[in-house]
Ligand binder design. Structure first.
Ligand code: PLP
Length: 398
């Protein structure tokens, strides 16, 4: 019996070591990892540069406080500002905290502008923003809200894609719009460029703050450093986490101009956020992500993965309903129940993948994946489909 909260239906599988895109279980069995700790282990396992940075940081002061200057944090913050739309950064320990900071930033900007009534955030069904009380309200998923008392007020939800419907929800109390450019958890749904541009225009027209949650789709995963770069527009605030620490808990909220400036002393804080250890790792991860050719490689591998998944769909047209995603946040909507299918892939084919909403099989390989790895993974999925068909036929005749 485990001493832990029963919040996860955990597999008994435990990993001992990793190498590149492979994890090795305690019994020595290798697993091909298209899970990456849910889009976190962007550099795979055993990256020498990042390990070296962590080891060097371990010999120094691990933690001070945000009441002192933290040189590693200053450096990482400046580099993120230089590489994005943003002018300022607040570091957190997780994605949910980054989204919380984003929501607070948007509301406080309106407050500082003398518009304290503008508090409502428009968000979308199928989204996921974290598991704190604030972010479950922002996500709006009824199954995550149930049993936890009144949902934090100030959020309205609608299905993504319909600009006129979004516009119809705007009132003088609307503060901003919160959206994942590519929904991860909800079913690997990439928003259209047209829709995201339309949201930007609505925010400009109505003095609202556009917030992108790039916790899962950012940091190189779509084949750009951030997914907003595909659209030609920029958000005002962006939540970042997962890939930013390569496995070390780290997140960030990035903001622009007057919106960022509204967060004055006393408005927000974090004991650990951006501590020396986390930021030393963050800087080393960023060295790798921004090294010449790295993100081009992601884009190329994303195209190859999409091509191989298309072939798979042609081969199994009754099992693969639709292809989803962008770059190396990819998915296929399938007909077999996805949670069982993920377990089959893991237990019978040593492939780690992630279930997403809408019965989508989500593939999130480390960004250093090669085409040979992709062929191997898609081959394993094909084997699992063939085995599934055989089992289905056997149970039909039984
Ligand atoms: C994972 C995720 C979060 C929450 O991140 P945590 O680190 O689990 O708090 C928020 N938004 C998106 C899009 C995510 O994928």
């Amino acid at each position: 019996m485990s001493a832990l909260y029963g919040t996860y239906a955990r597999s008994a599988l435990a990993f001992e070591r990793g190498e590149g895109v492979r994890l090795f279980a305690q019994d020595g069995r290798p697993y091909l990892d298209f899970h990456s700790g849910i889009a976190v282990n962007s550099l795979g396992y055993g990256d020498k540069h990042v390990i070296g940075a962590l080891q060097a940081a371990a010999e120094k002061v691990w933690h001070t406080s945000n009441v002192f200057t933290i040189p590693e944090q200053e450096k990482l913050g400046q580099r993120l500002v230089d590489a994005t739309f943003a002018d300022s950064v607040f570091f957190t320990n997780s994605g949910a905290e980054a989204v919380e900071c984003a929501i607070k930033t948007a509301r406080h900007y309106q407050f500082a502008k003398g518009q304290p009534e503008k508090v409502e955030i428009i968000a979308f069904t199928g989204s996921f923003h974290g598991r704190t009380l604030g972010t479950i309200a922002a996500g709006g998923n009824p199954s995550y809200l149930e049993g936890f008392g009144p949902a934090l007020p100030g959020f309205k939800h609608l299905a993504p894609g319909d600009l006129a419907a979004v516009e119809a929800l705007i009132t003088p109390q609307t503060c901003g719009i919160l959206i994942e450019p590519v929904q991860g958890e909800g079913g690997v749904t990439a928003m259209s460029t047209e829709f995201l541009r339309g949201l930007r225009a609505l925010c400009d027209q109505h003095d609202m703050v556009l917030i992108f949650d790039e916790v899962q789709c950012g940091y190189g995963r779509t084949g750009k450093f951030f997914a907003y770069e595909w659209t030609g527009i920029v958000p005002d605030v962006m939540a970042v986490a997962k890939g930013i620490g390569g496995g070390f808990p780290l997140g960030a909220c990035l903001a622009k101009g007057e919106v960022a400036k509204s967060m004055v002393p006393g408005t927000h804080g974090s004991t650990y956020g951006g501590n020396p250890l986390a930021c030393a790792v963050g800087n080393a991860v960023l060295d790798r992500i921004l090294s010449p050719g790295f993100i081009d490689h992601v884009e190329k591998m994303g195209q190859r993965l999409a091509w191989h998944l298309q072939q798979l769909q042609q081969r199994f047209p009754t099992l693969v309903v639709e292809q989803r995603g962008k770059g190396l946040i990819a998915g296929i909507k399938i007909t077999p129940p996805v949670r069982d299918f993920v377990a089959r892939l893991r237990d019978n084919h040593q492939l780690l993948a992630v279930a997403a909403g809408d019965n989508v099989l989500r593939l999130l390989p480390p960004l250093v994946v090669t085409e040979a790895d992709i062929e191997e993974a898609v081959g394993k999925i094909a084997d699992a489909f063939a085995a599934y068909e055989k089992d289905a036929a056997a149970s039909a005749t039984a």
